[in-house]
Design a protein around this ligand. Structure first.
Ligand SMILES: Cc1cc2nc3c(=O)[nH]c(=O)nc-3n(C[C@H](O)[C@H](O)[C@H](O)COP(=O)(O)OP(=O)(O)OC[C@H]3O[C@@H](n4cnc5c(N)ncnc54)[C@H](O)[C@@H]3O)c2cc1C
Length: 531
């Protein structure tokens, strides 16, 4: 997607707006998309043709980048071994269910108390329709997908400083913002104030389009009536029989909407990655890594904390210790090494590569982020407020509430995403104990859903900057850093090369991890077969 020509709004202004609405990571991802950035150009299963003649590859890290490499390299005839810090595969592709426990940096241990069948995806939770590689692996490995609802017109937009703190339905803000802007533009057009910008013929077309887009009346005003209620909803919905007559609802004035700041959130669903249709695996995001484990789990050595990576002209040797108990270092060697350990951790490992690659690894910062999952005794957001999936946005520090996109109309319990936030808010959450983080998320959420106080019964909080094997949410490239370091982080450095979301133009997405891995192993394979 090209960044050029977004009306008169500069690229920077658009990014600032996205940042304000959706947090810095989304702004960053949008930035990536606005730059010439190749979205995934995945065209189908990789073909590694030619005989690797028994060459061996040591893969470090069993996140999606490592798993994809293990699967494809083994298929192509390589001897493959994977060293993984955790006791499971998947890395950030992770799902928490009742009975799971998790210990963060500093020692806080949390036990997930969700009821059977309920889960939280503390990391990835949605798959855009154009992330072709991950969707293809899901298809090939039999991972069943269901729709993920990003924009829900009946969820809320909330500002603690506007409308007396009362949450507003998304559809009201959306319809009234469009209607208000359309009316203003129509007025300017009719008053010939746009004449320098549009031709006479286009003026009529513009007026017609504003009428349709903004639900304007025949006189080009946006006001209470059946037109506007056809977008924002009615005070009394159309119905059957004697009580069927609809009662229109009263729009909020454009002035109030502009002052409320809630318009900021409307951009979210227009961002390429969040456009309909998105998907999620049925049963939790880790259904994907579990599917990979069925194929290549036997190649993974678990609980291995890599502490050093050395190379000479013939081989690469990794040193690791038991991730839980430490103990004596063990060494393992191979002809080549594909390292998918996040740069945030890799920068602290004794790594034998060139200075430019070291500089690239050290230059890449990682973002802070936290997600809090909350178990409710009943699905009150559905039962009381007709909210089925999607997201509510708020200016409170919990930033958003995500409603489960599955199990609709269930009469049992449900798990909400009670907070998903970045930057300073994330640090403030993790300055608290996990129990206090959950309490805070309840306190904030109760300002939108008062039912929280009676209905939420437990929760779990994952602050990514405190996850020992990643120390952040995702690599946060800036344009400048990319110019300086990206080529160096991609190079084959002696016998070592890197892969992972941080070695891609789709950072913070699983598609980036997979496509970077496919690209890395293609280049490695060329080197191996061509000598
Ligand atoms: C909060 C959050 C939300 C996200 N949302 C989405 C989303 O909705 N959709 C989406 O597609 N993506 C999303 N992502 C991004 C996605 O999770 C990542 O891009 C992707 O999973 C990264 O895969 P990877 O293989 O590059 O790295 P990882 O999954 O991090 O794998 C790296 C592996 O290296 C291991 N490791 C680390 N240190 C060592 C060591 N010393 N020795 C041995 N092994 C080690 C780790 O344990 C891990 O298994 C999200 C991420 C986060 C954190």
């Amino acid at each position: 997607m090209s960044g050029a020509g977004i009306g008169s709004m500069s690229r920077r202004e658009l990014l600032m707006m996205i940042g304000a609405a959706a947090g810095s990571s989304v702004a960053y991802r949008a930035m990536a998309s606005l730059d010439m950035v190749p979205e995934s150009d995945y065209k189908g299963p990789i073909k590694l043709e030619g005989d690797p003649k028994g060459a061996s590859v040591l893969i470090l890290g069993a996140g999606l980048a490592g798993l994809v490499a293990a699967l494809e390299l083994r298929k192509a005839g390589y001897k493959v071994q994977v060293l993984e810090y955790n006791q499971r595969v998947g890395g950030r592709n992770w799902t928490l269910r009742g009975g799971d426990s998790y210990t963060e940096l500093g020692g806080f241990e949390q036990k997930c108390e969700f009821d059977p069948g309920l889960y939280l995806n503390p990391g990835p939770w949605r798959l855009p329709y154009h992330h072709n590689a991950i969707l293809d692996y899901c298809k090939r490995l039999g991972v069943v997908l269901e729709p993920f609802n990003q924009v829900n017109y009946n969820a809320y937009l909330h500002s603690s400083k506007a409308f007396g703190g009362k949450p507003q339905r998304y559809r009201h803000i959306q319809a009234d913002f469009n209607g208000g802007v359309a009316e203003l533009l129509a007025k300017s057009t009719k008053q010939k104030k746009m004449d320098q910008l549009v031709t006479k013929e286009d003026r009529e077309i513009l007026l017609e389009s504003l009428k349709g887009w903004g639900a304007l009346e025949n006189d080009y005003t946006y006001r209470m009536g059946l037109e506007s209620s056809g977008r924002r909803g009615y005070d009394h919905d159309p119905n059957g029989g004697t009580i069927g007559k609809p009662v229109p609802s009263k729009p909020i004035s454009i002035d109030e909407i502009l002052k409320s700041g809630l318009w900021r959130y409307l951009v979210h669903g227009h961002i390429y990655e969040f456009q309909t249709t998105l998907f999620q695996p049925v049963g939790g995001m880790d259904m994907i890594s579990k599917a990979f484990a069925r194929e290549v789990g036997d190649a993974v050595r678990f609980n291995c904390k890599v502490t050093a990576i050395k190379q000479d002209g013939h081989k690469v040797t990794a040193t690791y210790v038991d991730a839980k108990t430490g103990g004596a270092p063990t060494q393992v060697s191979a002809d080549w090494c594909l390292c998918t350990i996040p740069a945030s951790v890799l920068s602290q490992i004794d790594l034998d590569v060139s200075a430019p690659m070291h500089d690239a690894i050290n230059a890449l910062p990682y973002e802070a982020s936290i997600k809090v999952g909350l178990q409710a005794k009943r699905r009150f957001w559905e039962q009381d407020e007709s909210i089925y999936g999607g997201v509510t946005f708020t200016d409170l520090p919990n930033n958003m509430i995500g409603y489960p996109n599955t199990g609709y109309f269930g009469s049992g319990k449900g798990v909400l995403l009670g907070a998903y936030t970045f930057g300073p808010n994330a640090y403030e959450f993790t300055a608290l104990s996990p129990q206090e983080r959950v309490k805070k998320a309840i306190e904030f959420g109760a300002q939108i859903h008062p039912q929280y106080k009676d209905e939420i019964e437990n929760g779990i909080a994952v602050g990514w900057h405190r996850v020992p094997w990643i120390l952040g949410c995702a690599g946060a490239w800036t344009e400048e850093k990319r110019k300086q370091h990206y080529d160096n982080i991609c190079r084959i450095d002696g016998r070592v090369l890197l892969a992972g979301e941080h070695v891609s133009y789709i950072p913070a997405w699983q598609e980036g991890a997979i496509t970077s891995s496919l690209n890395a192993i293609s280049r490695l394979h060329q080197r191996v077969v061509n000598g």
